[in-house]
Design a protein around this ligand. Structure first.
Ligand code: ADP
Ligand code: UDP
Length: 243
């Protein structure tokens, strides 16, 4: 039985605790929400619980498809036991449809379907504002070796294929998402979370945004959207539940 020890990190969305097992961590998912580099702050009631449960379901799904993740066990509705990883200072974004910063960067309307998935990398450096970087920068910065970089890219695309068809069956378009990777005993594993905080999900029928953009853009019914995604993931609401 894993026991929570001292808190080793408090981030924007989670608290991270050491455990009695030195190779494991407990992530406590918070209701706090931030956007625009922490300039916008708020709370989404029940978000911690929803995101922990969705992340657990998605990590299990990915493991079933042979993707190595840090996930061990959901201890209760907002505490997740994981492997302790040495995190790489890079955020990996995979996109199927233009939205957010990509739409701005390349002058596309939001909603334009991309010819093929685009993989992007962002350097996790708050003081630099998490700039977009490429594979050469990752190598230059010593974040990963060349073979790890290609593994990260390939895993990102594999995760995209798995999640895109999973969400499609739930009546949701997977527009884009962010992944974080870390190393355990030299092996790359997927870390952090996969949730409506880190994915863009659009209802296939209505086009409604079912993710953190409801909070970022003050669209209202934020809690309802997160709950609706959870009930579809759990199979409670079937495809095309009205939102
Ligand atoms: P942030 O710190 O960026 O605001 P969070 O609130 O989500 O983000 O905090 C979670 C922190 O834990 C992040 O820094 C993330 O990189 C890190 N992390 C996620 N998974 C693991 C893991 N398995 N081992 C070690 N650190 C992890
Ligand atoms: N994303 C994230 N954390 C970040 C930045 C982006 O989870 O620090 C996710 C975001 O929710 C979206 C995708 O990555 O699903 C692409 O985000 P984008 O680059 O468009 O930035 P945004 O416009 O969301 O700031």
């Amino acid at each position: 039985m894993a026991t929570k020890l001292n808190q080793i990190h408090e981030g924007k969305a989670k608290k991270v605790f050491a455990t009695n097992d030195p190779t494991a961590l407990i992530h406590e998912f918070k209701d706090d929400a931030t956007a625009f580099d922490g300039k916008k702050k708020g709370q989404i009631l029940g978000k911690g619980s929803v995101n922990a449960q969705i992340s657990a379901a998605l990590f299990r799904l990915l493991e079933d498809h042979g993707v190595k993740t840090h996930f061990r066990e959901l201890l209760d509705d907002r505490n997740m036991l994981t492997d302790k990883l040495n995190m790489l200072a890079v955020e990996v974004v995979v996109r199927n449809v233009a939205a957010g910063s990509l739409a701005k960067r390349i002058g596309y309307e939001e909603g334009i379907k991309l010819k093929k998935p685009i993989v992007e990398f962002y350097y996790k450096r708050d003081d630099l504002g998490d700039p977009i970087i490429n594979e050469d920068h990752i190598y230059e910065l010593g974040i990963a070796t060349e073979s790890q970089i290609s593994e990260i890219r390939n895993t990102g695309l594999k995760v995209n294929n798995i999640l895109k068809s999973f969400f499609d069956e739930l009546g949701l378009t997977l527009v884009d998402f962010k992944l974080e990777f870390g190393l355990k005993d030299g092996q790359l594993k997927l870390g952090d979370e996969i949730s409506p905080d880190t994915c863009r999900l659009w209802d296939k029928e209505t086009g409604e945004k079912m993710d953190k953009d409801r909070f970022r853009r003050d669209l209202g019914r934020v809690e309802d959207a997160y709950q609706e995604v959870l009930s579809r993931v759990k199979g409670i609401t079937k495809v095309g539940g009205k939102f």
